[in-house]
Ligand binder design. Sequence first.
Ligand code: AMP
Length: 219
Amino acid sequence: MKKEFIFLGPPACGKGTQTGSLSEYLNLPHIDTGSLLRAEIKNETEAGKEAKSYISKGQLVPVELVTKIIKNRLSQNDCEKGYILDGFPRSEEQAKELTKMNAEIDNGIETKFMAIYFDIDSNLLLERIVNRRSCPVCGTIYNLQSKPPKVAGHCDKDGAELIQRKDDTKEVAQSRFETYNRETAPLIEYYDKQGVLKTINANGSIKEVWERLIEVIND
Ligand code: AMP
């Protein structure tokens, strides 16, 4: 059976770290919308040029743009057995688009769809964001306080120099939280009503959250 997982939760709730590990655990591709968009910007594509101004303001990029990128990605062969989708959908309109593209791509095969919500105490998040660093090569995420690299400023896996995302500043982060509350948080009820929502307590250490996640996945 094809396994399809999507993840909900505010910026810096720990989705990226956990979904990266889950991808290895389940041997399914980790599709992170934010990283796909940042790659478009880096490669100076038309989509990247359009997305840039929205991302720098902490707003959602237009639905047509992101839907096209995701549909392309979910149609690739490595998604045949399923996927771990991180950062999409982020609005009810996107959720409807996902249902449509799944129906088209899956074309009648048996699937299991699960939406996992990371429920977290939001007053911790701004601090997490400003301390976040990532590896531009392999995407590993660090936190200067809770998960520092072994050698300051460099990735443990490949030694690349760590970077801070341009939208990980206090000002842009505030706007990302507002966007999340307005556009994305309503999806919690949306998926709950469909009977596909699982909520995990996302407070605690990376290991504690991982154990809760695995319990839900294997449920
Ligand atoms: P993230 O890496 O998930 O925090 O995403 C970074 C930024 O990319 C967001 O603040 C949005 O501007 C944009 N973005 C990511 N995913 C989406 C999406 N599904 N729809 C629209 N914009 C998105």
